[in-house]
Design a protein around this ligand. Structure first.
Ligand code: PLP
Length: 453
């Protein structure tokens, strides 16, 4: 067999619908709660933040939701994305496993995020919204929304976690090239940001803080809505184009994954690849093992509690039931691997809680080592986040080698790392360390979880 094996679909194979896993849940999901009353939130409570069509997607229990043709037309720029067989990696590992990866780095922003950024911009534009406010951690989401704003004629305002803002100036330049504004968070533009800076002028920021700032901007102004790049049901659903395509591509390969692996920050790229396969299993189809990989430094699935918590630090967002480290949790500052959110998508959390998904955690240096090994074999240097998925897949492939079993392993290579050379440089020069988060701080953040009856 050739070393370059790639499964390509036709443009007509871009999925016509998004897949909503809630339709296949055995147990109903726990409803989001209003931050003030702690009563279940209705669609009206979310209306200041999101356009109605996205709110209806958020609460829908329909299995399929149609992708508008105008949007599929934009997806055509890079979708369907390729599925590769990682033959050279298999040889390098000397494993009997068959390793496949779905490559989302072919999108214009270099990650899976445009799948939802474009959808969110599309529905906001349709309902007459002029401006979107959002947060970004490593900068991938801000870049994707900036691009979507340029495509659909929306202003975009991005609050970027300060530590990344300082470490990744090219990200700001990227966003600004597409006409977006990018501010370091915490900022003095919002009451929430000012309050944090008053307590801690040297705050390096967190996703929870940046979310508070973006939400505050959206609530303040009638022409502005909020966009979130992960966590929410509708965001995960938009990413299911990935797994639906992968199902067809695995058919082309005349194979089916025994194991599907994805990295988890807020859960969206993981859900994108895993939920369409998991849905088949939930409906009585083929069995598949699903593995989520998170950073040992920000371990919501493996060390957090499954409980109601706020999505942000200033406690403005609705409470959702999820695996959380507490909304006050801030991962160690030298953590370069992304995936820094304190919580996890409620849908992914429920699937972990019910035992359908096996959560694992790895340290950042071993993930970078896996990413470099992958890059040498396959020629693509993964995003630091994606290195977690690579590490998870390699670990499964090495288990196959030990057991002398050939399994099919599919993982989501959710983005390339071409913007992340500073992190690779730190890794190569030995500056990345595996400092653990502070146990005491985690205990405090968990003790401060809201008390919900
Ligand atoms: C944002 C991002 C992630 C983390 O977000 P999820 O919602 O967990 O997917 C992972 N990988 C890449 C490349 C990203 O840009």
């Amino acid at each position: 067999m050739s070393n370059q094996v790639k499964y390509l679909l036709d443009e007509n194979d871009i999925p016509k619908d998004w897949y909503n896993i809630m339709a296949d849940f055995k147990n109903p999901p726990s409803p989001p709660l209003h931050p003030g009353t702690l009563q279940p939130c209705g669609p009206d409570d979310l209306a200041p933040l999101f356009p109605m069509e996205l709110i209806m997607q958020e609460v829908s229990t329909e299995r399929y939701i149609e992708i508008p043709n105008a949007l599929r037309d934009v997806y055509r720029q890079w979708r369907p994305s390729p599925l590769h067989r990682a033959r050279r990696l298999e040889q390098a590992l000397d494993t009997p496993a068959r390793i496949y990866y779905k490559y989302e780095g072919v999108s214009p922003a270099g990650s899976h995020k445009p799948n939802t950024a474009l959808a969110q911009a599309f529905f906001n534009k349709k309902e007459g919204v002029a401006r979107l406010a959002t947060e970004t951690g490593a900068g991938q989401w801000g870049s994707s929304l900036a691009l979507a704003g340029a495509f659909f004629g929306l202003e975009v305002e991005v609050f970027m976690v300060k530590i990344s803002f300082d470490q990744k100036p090219y990200r700001k330049a990227f966003m600004e090239s597409f006409g977006a504004k990018c501010y370091a968070s915490p900022s003095t533009l919002t009451e929430g940001g000012k309050a944090i800076l008053k307590d801690n002028p040297d705050s390096t920021g967190s996703l929870g803080i940046a979310i508070s700032e973006a939400v505050e901007r959206a609530v303040q102004r009638d022409d502005t809505k909020y966009a979130l790049g992960s966590v929410l049901n509708h965001v995960l659903m938009h990413q299911t184009v990935i797994g639906q395509e992968a199902i067809k591509q695995m058919e082309m390969a005349d194979d089916y994954p025994d194991i599907v692996v994805g990295c988890t920050g807020g859960g969206s790229n993981f859900a994108g690849i895993a939920f369409p396969f998991l849905g088949e299993k939930l409906r009585g189809g083929r069995d598949v093992e699903i593995v989520a990989v998170e950073p040992a430094n920000c371990p919501s699935l493996t060390k957090g509690q499954y409980a109601y918590d706020f999505g942000d630090t200033v406690k403005m967002t609705p409470l959702v039931k999820m695996h959380t480290l507490g909304s006050g949790f801030v991962p160690p500052a030298n953590h370069a691997g992304g995936l820094r959110y304190h919580g996890m998508s409620p849908l992914v959390s429920q699937m972990v809680h019910e035992g359908y998904v096996r959560p694992t955690a790895w340290h950042q240096t071993e993930c970078f080592a896996a990413g470099v090994a992958f890059g040498k074999a396959e020629g693509i240097l993964p995003a630091p986040e994606a290195n977690h998925a690579v590490k998870g897949a390699i670990d499964e492939a090495l288990k196959c080698k030990r057991d002398g079993r050939s399994k099919a392993i599919l993982f989501n290579l959710c983005g390339h790392g071409n913007f992340d050379m500073a992190a690779y440089q730190s890794y190569a020069s030995g500056q990345l360390t595996d400092d653990d988060y502070n146990d005491q701080e985690l205990a405090m953040a968990l003790a401060a979880l809201p008390k919900v009856a």
